[in-house]
Design a protein around this ligand. Structure first.
Ligand code: ATP
Length: 346
């Protein structure tokens, strides 16, 4: 089956600024595909070219077999877009906005159902200006889905949402996907990418530095596993440092810290057991997607803008669906281990 989205050697500059240097990836039908990268990496420019809102300088793009520029009218019917910095007229109500956007499509979704699933039913008569940041965000998702799209591109899906609303939105996106919609998610939230995405493209300085599942990306982190314990009896470093998958060993007082990859933990615990050494207070830290991101890009997520924020000037005058709080909260910060990740959830 042909890929739903194919991007080959995309290149786009704004004046002297190269926003996208050389980006290639494919998205398969039914996937939730994440695009991750530091600020200014070229993510939004890439998806705007995919949506036909910007004209690439070089490269080839096909979405559902269509050329986003040449076949724009047809693609607009089949592609739902949530943009980073859209706005609606202040007085337009939620219901009116969905009615208006729905009228652009051949097969609009049932707006009552959309309002229900997005928790907007109680706000149907509220004008846009009086919606909270989270409600505007949810409306922007509803507008991206009102055309019953086959593919939805969601840029900063949950920015500005509180933790509960974020989790509810993840559930919604999983439901949308289970109905056969392919989803491209531009995100700064590592936890979001880890939970939702089947595969992730990490973009850095306008280039794709990795495309893989979140689990496979974390496995690539050098020295990713950290195994700490207090041995019941002393032993020589060589007992563990010679093991395959063990990459280092340090001692902090009487605590031993071993770094490794793959099956390091199994190998270490078997050798210790064979030598009648108990590993007391054993603790294992697995690498997170954040660690993989830092290893691949050298930056913490959400940090490190590459250039001054330029004023955005759309290449094409397409109706933009709004997202609230465009400059809103980013990833709350680096999380080094899955243990730390879990701690964030409680
Ligand atoms: P962020 O995570 O901050 O949204 P991004 O990865 O989406 O960033 P882009 O918005 O694609 O990155 O921007 C890539 C580069 O192109 C940045 O250096 C940005 O300043 C520049 N840029 C983006 N849009 C424009 C524009 N309309 N005119 C000039 N420069 C632009």
């Amino acid at each position: 089956m042909p890929a739903v989205i194919e991007v080959r050697h995309l290149h786009k500059r704004y004046g002297a600024e190269v926003a996208v240097d050389d980006v290639s990836f494919t998205v398969e039908r039914g996937e939730i595909f994440g695009i991750l990268g530091p600020n200014g990496a070229g993510k939004t420019t890439t998806v705007e070219c995919v949506e036909g809102l910007r004209t690439a300088d070089r490269g080839e793009i096909r979405v559902l077999g269509l050329d986003p520029l040449r076949d724009r009218a047809e693609l607009t019917q089949r592609l739902g877009v949530q943009l980073q910095d859209g706005r609606l007229p202040d007085r337009l109500t939620v219901d009116e906005a969905l009615g208006l956007y729905g009228s652009f499509y051949r097969k609009p979704a049932d707006r009552e159902v959309l309002m229900d699933v997005l928790g907007l039913a109680g706000r149907r008569r509220t004008p846009y200006a009086r919606l909270s940041g989270g409600q505007k965000q949810r409306l922007s998702i509803a507008l991206a889905l009102i055309g019953s799209p086959e593919v939805a591109v969601l840029d900063e899906l949950t920015t500005g949402l509180d933790p509960q609303a974020r989790r509810d939105t993840w559930g919604l996106i999983q439901d949308v996907r289970s109905r056969g919609v392919t989803i491209v998610l531009v995100t700064h939230f590592m936890e979001e990418a880890e939970r939702l995405c089947d595969r992730v493209a990490v973009i850095d300085r306008g280039r794709v530095v990795a495309v893989d599942s979140p689990a496979a990306l974390t496995e690539r982190v050098p020295d990713g596993q950290r195994i700490r314990f207090r041995p019941s009896v002393p032993f020589a470093d060589g007992l563990l440092t010679g093991l395959p998958d063990v990459t280092g060993l340090t001692r902090q007082g009487d605590v031993v810290v071993v770094t490794g990859t793959g099956n390091a933990l199994n190998a270490i615990t078997s050798v210790l057991a064979r030598n009648d050494i108990l590993a007391e207070h054993l603790r294992v830290d697995q690498p997170s997607l954040e660690d993989a991101f830092v290893a691949l890009t050298g930056e913490q997520s959400g940090a490190g803008a590459r250039g001054p924020d330029a004023e955005r000037t759309p290449d094409a005058g397409t109706a933009r669906t709004p997202t609230a709080d465009p400059g809103g909260a980013r990833d709350p910060g680096a999380r080094g281990t899955r243990e730390a990740d879990a701690a964030d959830h409680v």
